[in-house]
Design a protein around this ligand. Sequence first.
Ligand code: NAP
Length: 349
Amino acid sequence: MEKFRVGILGATGVVGQRFIQLLENHPQFEVAALAASDRSQGKTYSQACTWRLPGDMPEQVRQIVVQPPAPPLDCDFVFSSLPTDVAKAAEENFARAGYPVISNSSPHRMGSDVPLLIPEVNPEHLALIDVQRKNRGYDRGFIVTNPNCSAIVIVMALAPLHAKLGIESCVVTTMQALSGAGYPGVASLDATDNVIPFIGGEEEKIEAETLKLLGRIRGSVIDEPAMTVSAQCNRVNVSDGHMASIRVKLSQPAKLDQLREALASFTAEPQQLKLHSAPEKPIIVRNENDRPQPRLDRDAGNGMSVTVGRIMADNVLDYRFVALGHNTIRGAAGAAILNAELLIAMNKL
Ligand code: NAP
């Protein structure tokens, strides 16, 4: 099978390196173009990038010359992991120039005509691509985004509960890894022996994106559920893996076993379609008292599964549990790659 030739915008960063690692030997994609800031442009990738993941920088990208994140790039579509301030215009420029843009970055996520996608949760939102093309006059191009790295983990766990039992309200407290801040991220003197109870914009993103993700598409709009969401976010001294303590009030009475069963049996379109990056089990339920833990559970399902544990009745809301996922894999590069695989399966790429 001929592979899609992909470009990566923000290729030298934390998420960009993850893209390159996950795309090595991918059956449908080959990396053809790389872009980053003017600090890196004109250099080969091996000159521009200090490789910070285990193992070596893949051979196939070492000699690719880093370009500006602007069209034209010699590729079929682009993955974007640009910083927020650069991503908005750069992604629009690519989409207008005819490139599908599959983005990790936040500026377009809440656009009313932009699919904010988790393939297991809301594949039907891809219908917004046609709305977007019509609204914006794009021809072959479009923008599809994946959610915030904590919102993905949280919504993966909420989706089966909301589908089967209904969620009226939800209170979330996150403990987020340092790699979520990019490289070099949080200064070591701030992170060591510490918890920082503020991550700019994160609480608002989780609250807004959760409702869009769990919304139902009606014609060209998304009807958000009648649910209230409250989020508090903390940066903790963990390298990778975002954890969230979640309490839910359900719309109907339910037994603990129903929650456990809804989570453990969850399977969806990516599993049925056998997409390359789809984990066999999108949610892994652990029964031990002390799981999930970032170090032990972030790589479950090659980093694409969300692990849920500590499911129990709650004295204030109805139930509580803890969810954990890998922020640069399920929360970023892996999520975008799975989005691209779904787009191919649905003949949209
Ligand atoms: P990062 O490590 O700081 O990397 C930023 C990348 O963008 C680098 O390749 C950098 O290139 C490039 N860049 C910086 N300024 C630029 C400019 N003015 N013009 C063009 N390129 C520029 O950040 P990251 O963690 O990979 O995050 C990238 C994006 O993904 C952000 O929007 C972030 O919010 C989002 N995201 C991150 C995570 C996560 O867990 N880290 C999860 C989900 C989403 P140089 O090396 O040349 O400077």
